[in-house]
Write a new protein. Structure first.
Length: 121
């Protein structure tokens, strides 16, 4: 099972700038930049891409996301994750119908789309 504490265990080796396609996160300044423009995100919206960008090969279930971002026990309410994911995509994706950053794996969860992926899922 996914341990939330392990996500933030070793900060000494953590990079301060994360990049994915046209998206950049400056962890020290706490800003997200898309195509050179600062994107205004809520604190919850900020934590979601941060998690995906730090662990780009990992698939996160809705339960994983809820526990990591909200730091609370998950009781099966997927709607809160769905709503926040939708709002986040509106802000960071150029086209929400064909997301460049966060990919949905239906019935499983979400992951950061591979940099060289040309999939149209």
């Amino acid at each position: 099972m996914f341990a939330v504490a392990s996500l933030y265990a070793d900060k000494s080796s953590e990079v301060t700038v994360l990049k994915h396609h046209n998206l950049c996160m400056d962890l020290e300044a706490h800003v997200v930049i898309k195509d050179g423009n600062i994107i205004k995100l809520t604190s919850t919206e900020y934590e979601m891409p941060k998690l995906f960008m730090q662990y780009q090969s990992r698939v996160f279930t809705k339960e994983d996301l809820y526990k990591a971002v909200w730091e609370e026990t998950y009781y099966g309410d997927e709607n809160i994750v769905n709503v926040h994911m939708s709002r986040l995509r509106e802000k960071i994706e150029t086209n929400t119908k064909t997301p460049q950053h966060i990919e949905t794996l239906w019935g499983i969860g979400y992951r950061m789309r591979k940099e060289n992926s040309n999939d149209k899922k």
